[in-house]
Write a protein that binds this ligand. Structure first.
Ligand SMILES: Cc1ncc(COP(=O)(O)O)c(C=O)c1O
Length: 340
């Protein structure tokens, strides 16, 4: 595509920028329609839509990357498609098939190619697929109609000028309930986290760690990211719980730690009282890939891992390997990248 867009790639952050086209498909009378790319970035819907009142909606987040050879690739879009199906099952929405999901993402990337940041800027094109319950409905029940859409926005490198560790406190609130919707990517979880985030920032922290909602003894999530720690004997540990959102970045790091860095890996309970067993820790997710955790403020003390100012060596290796795969500089495991 030869179109030029007027964007200063070096100034991009994680903000919405309207792009040219988005994909929309509608579900009615038991089936999804063909779907198409449209120009309008607004949606008109019934005031009685379940998405507005009862939180019947879910979403995803993934990125398209520009490689050194100029080609474009998506990172594990099938995993986002499958996670969205799980979210739909949890809140009674129709599933959008994996293949159609991946094709919709490809169509949106192709149609907005001019907005993909150049290789070397570490920016990418963020894709936001979502499904909302729409149509006239009053009682608490699944919507009569649904909209699936994918829009995109160019986003900048999370770390400009090197990775910087950040500190977290421990939230007094829960973002999820035992047997609730924590494992699904539904909007209500995020609404439930906003107050905690704001309080954490007011106190000088990047965000809050959420503990398991039943006993408040185990680490679950770090803001809107998963937690991992490196033990003093070099094991990659990450918490396991049904109320954690299964992070695609986390499962990719688990694989990289084992197969590329030859570390022992374990998914298990991580007790907040035992965080001093870690010599490095990080928060992982699509947006930042990895945010090194400087320290966690817990029981009136900042528990520092590697350093408050420097990223630890294993965290750095994990990060470099993963972004190497995402930008096409490091060979990817079979099926991880979809070349467009
Ligand atoms: C609550 C929560 N945890 C973890 C993650 C990280 O998941 P992923 O690596 O798939 O982006 C996200 C972001 O999607 C999230 O919203």
């Amino acid at each position: 595509m030869n179109k030029n867009v007027n964007i200063d790639w070096s100034k991009l952050d994680f903000s919405y920028i309207k792009t040219d086209l988005r994909y929309v498909s509608k579900w009615k009378d038991g089936k999804w329609d063909e779907g198409s790319l449209i120009e309008s970035n607004t949606i008109t819907l019934s005031e009685a839509s379940t998405a507005l009142h009862y939180g019947q909606q879910c979403f995803e987040g993934l990125k398209a990357y520009r490689r050194k050879d100029g080609k474009i690739q998506l990172f594990r879009p099938d995993q986002n498609a499958k996670r969205m199906i799980n979210s739909c099952r949890r809140i009674l929405m129709p599933e959008f098939p994996v293949e159609n999901f991946v094709n919709a993402c490809i169509d949106v990337v192709k149609a907005n190619e001019a907005y993909i940041p150049p290789y070397g800027t570490y920016g990418s094109l963020y894709l936001r697929p979502f499904i909302i319950g729409v149509g006239d409905n009053l009682g608490v029940r699944p919507a009569p109609e649904f909209i699936f859409s994918v829009f995109c926005s160019p986003v900048g490198a999370y770390f400009k000028g090197g990775m910087v560790p950040v500190n977290f406190n421990v939230s007094d609130y829960d973002r999820a309930a035992p047997n609730g919707t924590g494992g699904a990517k539904v909007g209500g979880n995020y609404a439930a986290s906003m107050l905690s985030h704001e309080n954490a920032v007011k106190e000088g922290f990047a965000d809050s760690i959420y503990l398991d909602p039943a006993t408040h003894t185990k680490i679950e999530e770090v803001g809107a990211a998963n937690f991992f720690g490196i033990t003093k004997d070099n094991k990659f540990i990450t918490p396991k719980s049904p109320s954690i959102l299964p992070s695609i970045t986390k499962y990719s790091l688990l694989y990289i730690a084992k197969e590329y860095l030859h570390l022992e890996v374990e998914e298990r309970d991580v007790y907040i009282d035992e965080i001093d067993e870690f010599k490095e820790a990080g928060a992982c997710g699509t947006a930042a890939v990895i945010s090194p955790i400087g320290g966690i403020y817990y029981k009136d003390k900042l528990h520092v891992f590697h350093s408050e100012t420097e990223v630890g060596p294993i965290t750095k290796k994990l990060y470099d390997t993963l972004i190497g795969i995402q930008f096409g500089d490091v060979p990817a495991p079979e099926g991880w990248v979809v070349e467009i």
